[in-house]
Write a protein that binds this ligand. Structure first.
Ligand code: C2E
Ligand code: MG
Ligand code: MG
Ligand code: MG
Length: 281
């Protein structure tokens, strides 16, 4: 009996695995057509400079609205796009779109675009960035590129070469999700990043949790010493904001100010967020 039950359980798992694989394959297929079908949209979340109490830029965050499933999270479809070899094309499109949108904004407002580790393996990344800047007429100093430590993990010589080439175009380079990997600190020595983005997991338990306070204090201090600005991600409360300001963080980003919004709402955000900053100061 036990044996039969065991087999039954096994068959159950097998069927479940099969269903998951099929769902994945269906999603893959849809993802391949998403760009051509116009299902992607770039949304923008304000980055707020704490010294100036103003919006210093926006992070471009990709949104996919599937015709049947609705909104699919980038945490799910970006890894899938990497696996099926679609991320280079999608990434190039995001760069183009973000630069074209930002070219319509005031001169002192930047745009930050996320890059996948896979894009660094392609030979076209530097050309894609240059093409996006060229087509939009956006000044390169207004473009920031965000990379995570998965980029630094791979093939360091070639990766560093690409980072220096990008820097050579005049763009800024940010270390995203800082502190979540296992050798974040060593990467700061390998490449002179312009900005460190403190991962939201360290912001979540502010203002009071002692360990998080210590980490945020250390990272902002590190940024200051290394000549890199610091941005705190995932700021949701006034208490978190007050603490980050007290610790000398350069910039904040989070739902306290705004979620990521369509390009058409950026102009409105520039004034409404600035008002909220001053009020929250
Ligand atoms: P990320 O670059 O670290 O982006 C920050 C994420 O935190 C975004 O999630 C944003 O919506 C979310 N967030 C912002 N403020 C708050 C807050 O106050 N509270 C909380 N809980 N979350 C907040 P999102 O848009 O779901 O994107 C997830 C990740 O997907 C991004 O993390 C980035 O790694 C990746 N991603 C998004 N767009 C692109 C893209 O165009 N290209 C690539 N390669 N990756 C992208
Ligand atoms: Mg980012
Ligand atoms: Mg991040
Ligand atoms: Mg993140």
């Amino acid at each position: 009996r036990a044996k039969a039950e065991g087999r039954g359980t096994y068959r159950f798992f097998e069927a479940e695995m099969d269903a998951k694989m099929q769902a994945r394959r269906a999603l893959e297929l849809d993802l391949r057509g998403a760009l051509q079908n116009g299902e992607f949209e770039v949304h923008y979340q304000p980055l707020v400079n704490l010294a100036a109490n103003k919006v210093s830029g926006f992070e471009a965050l990709l949104r996919w609205t599937h015709p049947i499933r609705g909104r699919v999270s980038p945490a799910n479809f970006i890894p899938l796009a990497e696996e099926i070899g679609a991320i280079n094309q999608i990434g190039a499109w995001v760069l183009k779109q973000a630069c074209a949108d930002a070219a319509q904004w005031p001169d002192d407002v930047r745009v930050a675009v996320n890059l996948s580790a896979v894009q660094f393996k392609s030979q076209t990344l530097v050309l894609d960035v240059a093409a996006a800047l060229g087509a939009s007429g956006l000044s390169s100093r207004r473009l920031e590129l965000e990379i995570t430590e998965s980029v630094m993990l791979q093939d360091t010589e070639a990766t560093l070469g690409t980072l220096h080439q990008l820097r050579g175009l005049g763009v800024r380079i940010s270390m995203d999700d800082f502190g979540t990997g296992y050798s974040s600190l060593s990467y700061l020595r390998k490449f002179p990043f312009d900005k460190i983005k403190i991962d939201q997991s360290f912001v979540r338990d502010l203002p009071d949790q002692a360990d998080s306070v210590a980490i945020v204090r250390a990272v902002t201090g590190l940024g200051t010493s290394l000549g890199m600005s610091t941005t705190a991600e995932g700021v949701e409360t006034q208490g978190q904001l007050d603490r980050l300001r007290a610790e000398g963080c350069t910039e904040v980003q989070g739902w306290l100010f705004s979620k990521a919004c369509p390009a058409a709402e950026v102009a409105g955000l520039l004034t409404s967020v600035a008002k909220r900053c001053s009020a929250a100061a």
